[in-house]
Design a protein around this ligand. Structure first.
Ligand SMILES: C[S@@+](CC[C@H](N)C(=O)[O-])C[C@H]1O[C@@H](n2cnc3c(N)ncnc32)[C@H](O)[C@@H]1O
Length: 207
């Protein structure tokens, strides 16, 4: 059992309230449209799902992927309770999740949008993970990622790195800055408990 399988039991209680506002901003920035297919990776316990699911509607689909079976089980519970039938939840490693895996999950080899919330600070080999994610996006598709950045770690930053098994000193926006058109990266309102500055990146894959 990995750390996130354990963390899944108290993840929502400890994390949910800290990111409510930035989660809403991420969905707003992604501007999902009816009928779109969106990959949410890592989907964790599914805390971002409701905003995405509501926007894509019955013709669209949200494909939630996460490495942790425990986190996914919480996401599955959330989806079942809400009665969403436009969500596919899939256990997978971002470094191995490619077009074949996506096609098995949803019948498509690329999607319209990528939603990456608190993933790039947590993934191993995160730059390779960013490239892998990018390959899932169709030309003209959009990406939004939110994460924490701290140039230097203070007490809260060290606590975040420890509890999330993360590295918040990563300049997580840089791979997308190189790859995307219409790129921007903006600071979001941040709390000391975030351990650094929350930032939201967005961009478009060149057609
Ligand atoms: C801080 S949580 C964020 C979860 C969710 N996006 C949220 O906003 O609450 C980080 C997540 O990354 C997942 N994760 C870590 N390494 C991964 C990998 N290699 N592939 C897929 N998911 C991974 C963990 O299982 C965990 O659910």
């Amino acid at each position: 059992m990995g750390w996130y399988d354990v963390f899944s039991r108290f993840y929502d209680a400890s994390v949910e309230r800290l990111y409510i506002e930035s989660r809403a901003r991420a969905v707003l920035a992604l501007a999902p449209r009816a009928g779109e297919y969106i990959v949410d990776l890592p989907c964790g316990t599914g805390l971002s799902l409701d905003g995405l699911v509501a926007a894509v509607g019955p013709e669209g689909r949200v494909i939630g992927v996460d490495y942790s079976a425990g986190m996914l089980a919480q996401a599955q519970r959330r989806a079942s309770q809400a009665g969403w039938d436009n969500v596919s939840l899939q256990q997978g490693d971002v470094l191995r999740f490619g077009a074949d895996e996506l096609e098995r999950a949803c019948g498509r080899r690329q999607v319209d949008a990528l939603h990456v919330f608190l993933g790039l600070s947590a993934f191993p080999e995160w730059e390779r993970a960013a490239e892998r994610l990018w390959s899932l996006l169709r030309p003209g598709g959009r990406v939004v990622a939110v994460d924490v950045y701290a140039a230097r770690l203070g007490f809260h930053g060290r606590m975040v790195n420890l509890t999330a098994r993360a590295d918040i000193t990563r300049r997580f926006w840089e791979p997308f800055e190189r790859l995307a058109e219409d790129f921007s990266c903006e600071p979001l309102p941040s709390l000391r408990a975030h351990g650094g500055e929350l930032r939201l990146l967005r961009g478009v894959k060149p057609a």
